[in-house]
Design a protein around this ligand. Structure first.
Ligand code: HEC
Length: 252
């Protein structure tokens, strides 16, 4: 039991430690790095994020029949408080900064005699348009986007449910409320479409993410090809983001 004994023990421990390090390194090489290389391919976040809001634009027809039937009238009335600085909703109510809104659903656009509408609103109404569910829904989301040049300086109601509720409220402020459209047939309903579009967006995002590493991996030498292959994706992403910007804001 001299120094030699401890040397031997230390040697064995060292050898075991070295062996285990080598083993773990080997495992990393065989499994760990292989797997992580697959998972750590560059996911184009811009493309993924741009792919998500895009389908909201094309989320299919809004099912006004269904949504308005279950709208929250008192929530709509609360939202209407944001309009009363400029509008009255009661029958025979005075025009303010904006026209009286009694019976506005179904009414001719710019239809209050004696109210000084902007030329933009007059032009929009000149074709005989009336306020229906769809154009009211779009107008209230972004008044100055929908009728450029309108004198209604109101930012808009970005929340779709809020718009549904206030449209239901305005519809009720009428002698003869505008009839509700029939709910859309199952499968074409807005909600279903949105769900489908969402799945499609996810798929599109996955495709976009998977195409890149596939190309890059198959052509190891063609490094010049990889950036080229990425360009259209990031260009699209930027373009979509630009288009989606205002609308992405619209979702909030
Ligand atoms: C800052 C004042 C202001 C606020 C707030 C406002 N509006 Fe208006 N609104 C106007 C003006 C002004 C017009 C006329 C627009 C024009 O002639 O271009 C108008 C027009 C409208 C019209 C078209 C009426 C018609 O006869 O064609 C509707 C509908 C309407 N507003 C709804 C609303 C609702 C709903 C809200 C609240 C969520 C609201 N407005 C908030 C000022 C306002």
């Amino acid at each position: 039991m001299g120094d030699l004994f401890f040397n031997k023990v230390a040697g064995v421990i060292l050898a075991v430690a070295l062996f285990m390090m080598a083993l773990s390194e080997l495992t990393n090489i065989v499994f760990g790095r292989g797997v992580s290389a697959e998972l750590a391919y560059p996911v184009d976040l811009t493309a993924l994020q741009a792919a998500a809001p895009a389908p909201e634009e094309a989320s299919g027809p809004v099912d006004f029949g269904l949504l308005l039937a279950s709208a929250d009238l008192s929530a709509g009335e609360r939202t209407a408080r944001r309009c009363v600085a400029c509008h009255t909703f009661n029958q025979g109510g005075a025009n303010g900064t904006g026209p009286n809104l009694w019976g506005v659903m179904g009414r001719a656009v710019a239809g209050v005699a004696g109210f000084n509408y902007s030329s933009a609103m007059n032009a929009y109404g000149s074709g005989g348009s009336s306020w229906q569910f769809q154009n009211m829904y779009d107008y209230l989301e972004n008044p100055r986007g929908y009728v450029p040049g309108t004198s209604m300086s109101f930012a808009g109601l970005r929340d779709a449910q809020e718009r549904i509720n206030i449209i239901a409220y305005m519809r009720a402020q009428d002698d003869e409320p505008l009839p509700l459209p029939a709910p859309l047939a199952a499968g074409t309903a807005g909600e279903d479409m949105t769900a489908d579009a969402g799945v499609e967006a996810d798929m599109a995002g996955q495709d976009a993410a998977m195409e890149q590493p596939a190309n890059a991996g198959e052509m190891p030498g063609a490094e010049a090809g990889a950036p080229e292959a990425q360009e259209p994706v990031s260009d699209d992403g930027e373009a979509n983001e630009g288009e989606g910007g205002p609308d992405a804001g619209g979702g909030r």
